[in-house]
Design a protein around this ligand. Structure first.
Ligand code: ZN
Length: 217
């Protein structure tokens, strides 16, 4: 009975466009783009390397930043924005999801939002949960705050790789495709060096690179 009721509500929300951009794993294939995303920065060493590599390739990406790291790395956040990249939330403390209540999550979103607005002049609607884990009460918080939940569908697990070759091995096994949202970490040593390889792979199949800015709407 309740399930039927929830299904009915979800259906009507979709029909009225209320669920548009609420939950994203991948982007429309028709755009013929791949979407690089970098989590867990800004990092004073690796984010700079990633930004340099993106600049060299002439492409843009999306950075899911941790609130407490923004304060120490404001200049890097400014550079991310100045170079046309897009910012998203990745909580303030990045604690294991099981240790964070929905109420705490809301506080972290508000604290991070303050910093993002201070630096960029705009808020960000994009939110990526650490480890992609959410509970029903956290989903409600994100719904109420109007956040767009940005997950991913192509994940080399670079944080667990021992070297660049392991990251590239993943992309040989699961080559990037149109609409892919690729998860990399700009606090890890391989993300920056993987970029030129992904650019080569994309060029072979005529793919461009895009940001998740469409989900801000
Ligand atoms: Zn993370």
């Amino acid at each position: 009975m309740i399930k039927k009721f929830i299904r009915k509500i979800l259906k009507s929300m979709k029909e009225t466009g209320l669920l548009k951009n609420w939950f994203t794993l991948s982007m429309p294939v028709s755009e013929k783009k791949v979407y690089l995303t970098f989590d867990d920065g800004p990092d004073p060493v690796e984010t700079i390397r990633v930004l340099d590599a993106l600049k060299k390739a002439g492409i843009q990406a999306t950075f899911f930043v941790i609130g407490k790291k923004i304060n120490k790395n404001r200049e890097i956040v400014k550079r991310i924005l100045d170079e046309g990249h897009v910012l998203g939330h990745h909580t303030y403390f990045h604690k294991p999801p099981g240790e964070v209540s929905a109420k705490q999550l809301l506080v972290e979103i508000e604290e991070t939002e303050k910093l993002i607005v201070e630096i960029s002049g705009n808020s960000s609607k994009l939110f990526r949960p650490p480890l992609g884990k959410l509970s029903l009460s956290k989903l409600m918080v994100l719904w109420k705050t109007g956040k767009s939940i940005c997950l991913w569908n192509n994940d080399p697990k670079d944080f667990a790789c021992a070297n660049l070759e392991e990251v590239l091995h993943h992309f040989n096994q699961q080559p990037i495709q149109a609409g892919d949202v690729v998860l990399l970490h700009d606090n890890q040593p391989y993300a920056a060096d993987a970029i030129s390889h992904l650019v080569e792979q994309a060029a072979k199949i005529n793919l461009k690179f895009g940001t998740l800015s469409a989900l801000q709407k």
